[in-house]
Design a protein around this ligand. Sequence first.
Ligand code: FES
Length: 87
Amino acid sequence: MAKVTIVNDGVTLDVPDGARLLEYAKAGSGMLFGCESGRCGTCICRVVKGKENLIPRTQLEEQLCRHRDERLACQIWVKKGEIEIEY
Ligand code: FES
């Protein structure tokens, strides 16, 4: 079970290893989502810690995210461990 802390909200979510962050973040944080398919950019966030504990960025993320530590939260699958994200 991974621990994903959403810094802005001050919450830590328990996310099963290998799971998509989307459903957990929607239910347990104030993160905003739009298309949920990596196209609108609404869910851009910054990985503060634990980037290595996430699957690598998708091609859509490479196109929409300007900085290396940015991700689209709807495209994040968690591998394991501790992760910190802010939006
Ligand atoms: S919700 Fe549209 S890119 Fe994530």
